[in-house]
Design a protein around this ligand. Structure first.
Ligand code: AMP
Ligand code: MG
Length: 300
């Protein structure tokens, strides 16, 4: 497939997943976790293979060009498939060019700083793809659903009013715009899992010894807050899908479809950057040729 055709195909594939900036999302109404674009699993797996090698090629050029960085944020409810998505989508790329950061309950040191501080520490450099397994969006998700997290953040009184979430949306949008303007492109994928599929995945984690480590009793307690999370997700998607960093809602009930969708969203970003290997100017080329001459003269 030509580059132009691949680019068009990717753009068409991800279009229905994008949250239109300025639109109001009701997650339970607007996005189907079982959507699969009429595709069969066999074709999806094949397509992922093509996507993975496409990503490897683009990532090599991104690193060589050393001008843009890509921040890939993955958000989901428990058992949404973040780890598996990262493992599959990044399976072909050079590990030197990728940095994965997971975010858990903040440490004492992290709580002693402004809330974006720990995320800023983990940003990709130019030429790098940075993956956030959970991200700064936890600050308007788990922190919102469980306000005691906000109390632990040691904020001054005036920063804790009822407008705190609206303010955080704005601050996050501004931060992402700043990053984008400075060459760090922000890509955001929300893995949209149904409640029934989460139940089935939890059962697997309980029943299969090799999956036990992924499960904790706290996960079932979080599940009781399902509706609160859906609401927080919906508000987050509505308020922070921007022209410079739109959200993509990826149907997550079928792992294979979630993986090709995430790969396609990342590919779309890299295609947009269109990184090129640096070409040498006249002087550098002369130096190269001189070095070549020297090496040849050394031939035994
Ligand atoms: P896991 O992804 O299973 O390793 O779990 C990480 C846990 O850290 C999840 O329960 C998240 O809700 C929690 N977490 C992540 N970020 C924050 C945050 N900013 N404040 C409080 N809890 C968080
Ligand atoms: Mg967990």
């Amino acid at each position: 497939m030509s580059d132009g055709r691949a680019a068009k195909r990717v753009a068409k594939f991800i279009k229905p997943l994008r949250v239109k900036p300025g639109s109001t999302v009701d997650l339970t109404e607007d996005f189907d976790p079982r959507y699969k674009a009429g595709m069969k699993k066999r074709d999806g797996v094949e397509l992922l293979r093509t996507g993975v090698s496409l990503l490897a090629d683009y990532q090599a050029r991104l690193a060589a060009q050393d001008t843009y960085g890509v921040l890939f944020c993955l958000q989901a409810i428990d058992a949404g498939g973040k780890d598996g998505t990262i493992r599959h989508v990044m399976s072909g790329v050079n590990p030197q060019g990728v940095r994965v950061s997971g975010f858990k309950v903040p440490s004492a040191e992290e709580l002693d700083h402004d809330y974006l501080w720990r995320y800023a520490q983990r940003l990709p450099s130019r030429g790098e793809i940075g993956i956030f397994n959970r991200s700064h969006y936890e600050e308007v998700l788990v922190v919102r659903v469980h306000p005691e997290n906000l109390d632990r953040q040691k904020l001054p009184e005036e920063a804790k009013g009822p407008d705190v979430w609206q303010r955080r949306y704005r601050e996050i949008n501004d931060w992402e715009r700043y990053l984008t303007d400075n060459g760090i492109k922000v890509v955001k994928v929300f893995l949209n899992l149904s409640k029934e599929e989460q139940r089935l995945r939890f059962l697997k984690r309980i029943d299969r010894p090799e999956k036990n480590w992924k499960f904790s009793a706290a996960d079932v307690r979080e599940r009781e807050h399902w509706d609160d999370y859906q609401e927080a997700f919906s508000e987050m998607l509505s308020a922070t899908s921007t022209p410079w960093a739109p959200w993509y809602v990826v149907p997550a009930d079928r792992k294979w479809f979630a993986r090709i969708s995430a790969a396609a969203v990342l590919a779309h970003t890299l295609i947009g950057i269109d990184p090129q290997y640096p070409s040498l100017d006249g002087r550098a080329r002369k130096e190269l040729l001189a070095a070549r001459g020297g090496l040849e003269a050394e031939a035994p």
